[in-house]
Design a protein around this ligand. Sequence first.
Ligand code: PLP
Length: 393
Amino acid sequence: MTDWHKLESKYFMPTIKRMPITLVRGKGVRVWDDNGKEYLDFTAGWGVNSLGHCHPVVVGAIAEQAKTLIQTSNQFYTIPQLQLAELLMENSCFDKVFFCNSGAEANEGAVKLARRYGKLHLDGAYKVITALNSFHGRTLAMTAATGQRKFHEPYLPIPDGFINVEYNNVGAIKKAASAQTCAVMLEPIQGEGGVNVPNDGYLKAVRAWCDEKGILLILDEVQTGIGRIGTLFGYEQFGIEPDIISLAKGLGGGIPIGAFLAKEKAAVFALGEHGSTFGGNPLACAAGYATLNFVIENDIPSKVKRSGAYLIDQLNKLKAKHDFIVEVRGRGLLVAIQFNSDFTDKVVKSCMERGLLLNPVKPNAIRFMPPLTIVKKDIDAAIGILDKVLAKV
Ligand code: PLP
């Protein structure tokens, strides 16, 4: 049998510590490794497989599109991207879209759009205020946007134009702003930062201040978008409408796709000012359309609200039982538990051995982001495994 792990260490740049299993198949919330061992997958491809692994609606759309037309470039009109654009616009507060291939790319585009807006309407303002502990992607500019020093250090000097300030603190944004500020960019809930939910009123206050100053509010909804926190878009829960949002992850149901959506006033790109070879390609857009359509038609966000509340409830029961769990936090199916010490690796490894895959988001915190279609029985099974593992910590 091929030793896949040996092959990886021989050929790959070692940028990530993988878990020692090789996954070969998935269905719904379950995956199987190359030894046939079954796992409950509460990582969902890092919040990507919204409808679970290999959902028939997504598989069908990809198969059909693959037989019809895979890629053309944006030199031509193609139908899946137009259908997906229409569905996105009809179900959001936005007017215009640009399709790309990933979350980082979507954020890059959103920031370019804000800089263009700054050039046209704000006297050349170009700086974007982002939050400490945020995560916006791995391109050089998004590394600078990401408010975590550890991502900057290997690449110093990082690109100019980003100021990282304390999250959940509107005063910090006001203090950092200047005549050069064109936008504020925030995650409505910080995902990679450990699932940090801001206080009620934070985003509203930021929105009001951006309006007062005439600068743009960008929400990075790469992780919170497409039903993940219990509404189709995260911004709906905070009583605001941003000027721009970025999407990726859950949008394609597993196929790489990204997008940024803007209100008419912010959609200032002109001919030739942005572009992409693969962005909006028919295959990815067909998967996106099938996924989004299923999420909307089956009111998946309401189901996420209920299953997320149940998951949080069950985790709180574990917290009452295991006193080293100090916090359960999150919304919908973007949830984390925090320990009073760095137990994550140990817990995640033991859960994996018992057939549950979890995401080690921080040395002392674990993130839960199962498919949006998860049912109570599978949440119970996961909680059962976790409970047994925690009993041994
Ligand atoms: N923005 C947020 C909020 C994310 O969580 C991520 C990835 O985890 C990204 C951007 C980057 O997305 P991608 O890895 O698709 O470039």
